[in-house]
Design a protein. Structure first.
Length: 644
């Protein structure tokens, strides 16, 4: 009887209208064969039937029917419903797929001869289910409001596991919210794991809970456009990938991680560097071109953004907060603190609004091993307030903290780490944008090589040197305020050249100075242009040309205007640090003039200390500059007349 029914059904289908569809049901899997595509069907020995290349055991078929169901080629849908899932497979790809199911745990194996991309659509809800797919071809996974929690891993501990080493598009469908949670007892690399490269798109929302390792893990690159990714917790990184990370738009929110927020590593052993259109790129680079990122990390020595290569930010809004303590790295044999943005290569920040806050011991805002360039429309704010972290010897891995650098001055750098706002091991250049950096204990801005400032607005505050370079430093443009309450304002361990720009440097009392070059090693301070105010004075033996330097007394907390002849260069407010000297050195191209008590109106800048325009004031008596040291400042600011 079953054989007769099957033959009749097939005959009916062969003469049916093209719009009709043969439904072949095997358990919870329905294969949809459009009548217009079926052609000949083969019925073999009463045991099997072959339809569009897909061979079924007749004993496995639970039912067959013909209806008007619309079939979309290259499509597979999985609708979860509690402890089960209904799976629908388009007939044109049925022969290439092997579907396995255990309750709501679904596995789909693609045959090696599959030559078309399939779109898998996941929907519904299961409190104990998963989706596993393996093959060797590209695929698209649509998340249509699916809520999937894996409790009892059967095929994988991940909620969604894609084993294909190809491009996988992940689309949280527009207007929907999907949530994935992986199993606590699995060995998966991520709650959402993709062995190949993952391209996130569409304007939906995806929530992730990673109970074993990473929240989202891709074996190759990750790109993001439009979608919202929320990782609320992960034992490892929030998002982890290899090759490169590219964000064009969309939103990322990451918190509750046991390691880094977003990490990108090399896939191989050598970097290709950035390639045209990122074709075959394996660089470990991060590219942030737009969108919104908010990352909060609390783990020891965790990084908000961590790139094995470069970090390049040209637009978007990025907020990173780190609070994890320092830890001893037994591999590198050194103390390491947390960092908001860390790159093993270079870092370029040419746009966007970036707010970095680190309260962890030894924590840093930015650290990169290569060069750092800040330019164009970058709007960067960095605050670090953690204490110095150290251990007494390499065999003692207990981390201690202190507010005093003298406690650790006899220790090697490997046994301590200091909180710093920005630290670049390579050359640093600032040519535009706004950079505001505050570090409680050590340098706010530090280059272990050379430092060049040619434009933009720079404000640096620290108890140590506000701005420091291990090599030569050049300031040729922009507005620069360096405010130290415990050391030099601006300190170059090589030569310092000021050829232009507007500089307000504040140092603590003698022997520290506002502008310090390493004269002990034969280097020198050269001032040949720009407009300069230095509380604490200039380094002794400075070369001053193409202008005039003068000295003046000052009052804490008072506003002053520096004039280049009769033209207002900029206005500034003297800070009110507890330890301040008596000398303020000024320099302009023409004979400098100084007025106290200037008033201003307009948009405030430098924490309310600068103004768009200034007027009034009383003349301050200037004397010939003798090259002596003066005193410091703290917490002040400045602004150019007529420009803020």
């Amino acid at each position: 009887m079953k054989k007769t029914y099957l033959i009749i059904s097939m005959l009916v289908l062969t003469i049916a209208a093209a719009a009709q569809t043969l439904n072949v049901n095997v358990g919870n899997v329905t294969y949809l064969f459009p009548a217009s595509q079926i052609g000949d069907m083969t019925y073999n020995d009463g045991t099997t039937v072959t339809i569009m290349g897909k061979t079924f055991n007749i004993s496995d078929i639970s039912s067959m029917k013909v209806d008007d169901t619309e079939v979309k080629d290259n499509a597979v849908s999985v609708a979860y419903n509690g402890a089960s899932a209904a799976i629908t497979v388009a007939g044109n790809v049925a022969q290439y797929l092997t579907v396995s199911q255990n309750g709501a745990h679904v596995s789909i194996e693609q045959g090696s001869d599959l030559a078309e991309e399939i779109t898998y659509t996941l929907s519904g809800t299961s409190s104990d289910g998963e989706f596993y797919m393996a093959g060797s071809y590209k695929a698209t996974v649509e998340l249509d409001g699916v809520t999937l929690t894996n409790v009892t891993p059967i095929y994988s501990g991940a909620a969604v596991h894609i084993q294909n080493s190809k491009r996988i598009k992940v689309k949280p469908l527009t207007g929907t919210t999907s949530t994935l949670t992986d199993a606590t007892g699995g060995s998966q690399k991520g709650c959402l794991y993709i062995k190949g490269h993952a391209e996130f798109a569409q304007k939906g929302t995806l929530n992730i809970v990673g109970n074993v390792k990473h929240g989202i893990k891709a074996g190759e690159y990750i790109s993001l456009k439009n979608a919202t990714l929320n990782v609320s917790s992960a034992v490892g990184d929030g998002i982890s990938c290899n090759e490169y990370f590219l964000m064009e738009s969309g939103t990322i929110n990451i918190s509750g991680t046991g390691d880094d927020g977003i990490q990108c590593d090399l896939d191989g052993t050598a970097s290709t560097g950035e390639t045209t259109d990122h074709e075959d790129e394996d660089s470990g680079n991060m590219y942030i071109l737009g969108g919104t990122i908010k990352i909060t990390t609390t783990a020891a020595a965790a990084k908000g953004l961590k790139a094995n290569g470069d970090i390049n930010i040209s637009d978007g809004e990025l907020t990173v907060s780190c609070s994890g303590t320092a830890t001893w790295d037994s591999d590198d044999q050194e103390v390491k603190g947390s960092t908001c943005m860390s790159a093993d290569g270079n870092m370029v920040i040419s746009g966007g609004t970036i707010v970095l806050t680190n309260t962890g011991a030894g924590g840093k805002g930015i650290k990169n091993d290569g060069t750092l360039a800040i330019s164009d429309n970058a709007n960067l704010s960095v605050t670090t307030t953690g204490q110095i972290a150290y251990c007494s010897s390499s065999s003692n891995t207990t981390i201690r903290t202190t507010t005093s650098s003298s406690t650790t001055e006899r220790l090697s750098d490997e046994l301590k780490t200091s909180p710093k706002g920005i630290k670049s091991d390579g050359a640093m250049t600032i040519s535009g944008g706004t950079t505001i950096v505050s570090s409680s204990y050590h340098e706010a801005i530090e280059s272990k090589s050379t430092l060049e400032i040619s434009g933009g607005y720079v404000y640096a505050y620290s108890r140590d040197d506000a701005i420091n370079s291990s090599g030569n430093m050049t300031i040729s443009g922009g507005y620069v305020m360096a405010n130290s309450s415990g050391n030099d304002g601006i300190d170059a361990n090589g030569n310092m050249y000021i050829t232009g720009g507007n500089v307000f440097a504040v140092a603590t009392s003698q022997p520290e100075v506002g502008l310090d070059a390493n004269t002990e090693s034969g280097y020198k301070l050269y001032i040949s242009g720009g407009n300069v105010v230095a509380i604490g004075g200039f380094e002794s033996g400075a070369s001053i040309t193409n202008g005039t330097a003068k000295s003046a007394s000052y009052s804490k907390g008072s506003w002053y205007g520096l004039y280049n002849g009769s033209t207002l260069a900029f206005a500034f407010k003297v800070p009110s640090n507890s330890s301040m000297g008596s000398t303020m050195a000024v320099y302009t191209a023409n004979t400098p003039a100084l007025k106290s008590g200037v008033t201003g109106s307009g948009t405030s800048f430098w924490n309310g200390y600068g103004y768009e325009s200034c007027s009034g004031g009383s003349s301050v008596s200037l004397s010939s500059y003798s090259g002596g040291n003066g005193g410091p400042g703290g917490g002040g600011g400045f602004g150019p007349g007529g420009r803020w």
